[in-house]
Write a protein that binds this ligand. Structure first.
Ligand code: SAH
Length: 354
């Protein structure tokens, strides 16, 4: 039993079942035993591999899109280059290296990170040596009067979700309780939920719908700054337009495991409902685009061929596999999606369509 499992059981015995959202928050961010508080989950040693950890090409193409957007918006002299949930800092390091080719943009940028994990902040500091990122606990602390150029890769999938199961014209909440002294899923009593009224259209009894209250609130804070001062935000995550069904997923040592397995030692994520994410934004947003199509539009295959010229043997094989992994429909190319936010009076960033 993990230390966190003991803590969870004591709490459930004293206070009753937890919502899935409470369970996720404790598992990911418990100060002593939470997943992101205790470990560096990325890469071959960790539990999962993200796009920037697969290949430098991901960050290079994003860096160039941001630079092009900055030029299209009149090259403002000072901007905030923001990343939400930077993990190891690899994506930002790749972007900043690419921006050396656009020195005026690089000069205009102050780097801002929104990061909840103290442990990962230390890793980011190490990766970004030579730069002086400014860390924030929440988006509300981001500058109010600067253009914002923001990126978020696999950030929104880590935010806690609630799961609601339809019961007639009401909803029961999926909860984590105890059965035979083991953690077990159960359902609350039925209750009306006005926020889900629109989901009666496309659901039937026993269908499960997920909601993520923190996600739209975070994006709205970014969108209002973009509309007021300019900039853009590029969001990458797995999910779709309007969620339906249970997408809560746990991964431990590269294997999918049960969501209640080894709490605090397994990563927990859920698909992003992009429709809910971009509801009520102050600025415009692009169409939701599969990651593979986005990267192809930006010329990832040309870039891959250029890099391949200097590679041979195992390194070349790995590079070819990385290109495939990022773009192929059977790998991350279709499951992962991207969309961009931009001011109402601007064009979408390169690679996106409205
Ligand atoms: N973007 C990185 C890491 C993705 S993992 C990559 O692509 O490799 C999710 C990241 O979001 C971690 O850095 C985690 O600590 C951070 N995070 C999760 N929830 C957060 C929250 N509510 N506030 C700030 N950071 C959060």
């Amino acid at each position: 039993m993990t230390p966190l499992e003991t803590i969870l059981k004591t709490r459930i015995t004293a206070q009753g079942p937890l919502s899935v959202s409470e369970y996720m928050t404790i598992c990911l961010f418990h100060p002593e035993h939470g997943y992101y508080s205790t470990r560096d989950p990325f890469g071959t040693e960790g539990d999962f591999v993200t796009a920037p950890e697969i290949s430098q090409m991901f960050g290079e193409l994003i860096g160039l899109t941001l630079a092009q957007t900055w030029m299209d918006q009149g090259q403002p002299a000072q901007i905030a280059l923001v990343e939400l949930g930077p993990g190891r800092g690899t994506l930002m390091a790749d972007i900043l290296r690419t921006l050396r080719a656009v020195p005026d943009f690089a000069k205009a940028c102050d780097v801002h990170f929104v990061e909840a994990s103290t442990r990962l902040k230390a890793v980011q500091k190490e990766t970004l040596q030579g730069y002086e990122p400014i860390w924030h606990d929440t988006v509300d602390e981001l500058p109010e009067s600067l253009p914002i150029y923001a990126i978020a890769n696999e950030f929104f999938d880590a935010l806690p979700i609630r799961q609601m199961v339809r019961d007639g014209e009401e909803w029961r909440e999926r909860q984590v309780g105890l059965a035979d002294d083991a953690l077990a899923f159960g359902l609350s009593g039925p209750a009306p939920l006005t926020a889900l009224a629109h989901r009666f259209e496309d659901t039937k009894d026993d269908d499960l719908v997920e909601t993520c209250a923190p996600a739209p609130a975070i994006l709205q804070a970014i969108a209002s700054r973009i509309e007021a001062n300019g900039g853009a935000a590029l969001i990458f995550d797995y999910g779709d337009w309007r969620s339906l069904g249970d997408t809560l997923q746990a991964v431990h040592a590269h294997e999918k495991v049960d969501a209640l397995f080894k709490p605090g030692q397994s990563d927990l994520t859920a698909h992003v409902d992009f429709e809910a994410l971009v509801a009520d934004l102050a600025c415009s947003h692009s169409r939701l685009t599969p990651q593979g199509i986005f990267l192809e539009r930006l010329g990832i295959t040309d870039r891959a061929q250029t890099l391949a010229k200097n590679l041979s043997g195992a390194a070349l094989d790995q590079h070819i596999a990385a290109h495939r992994r990022l773009t192929h429909p059977e790998e991350m190319g279709t499951l992962f999606k991207t969309l961009a936010l931009f001011p109402k009076d601007a064009n979408p960033p390169a690679g996106y369509e409205t």
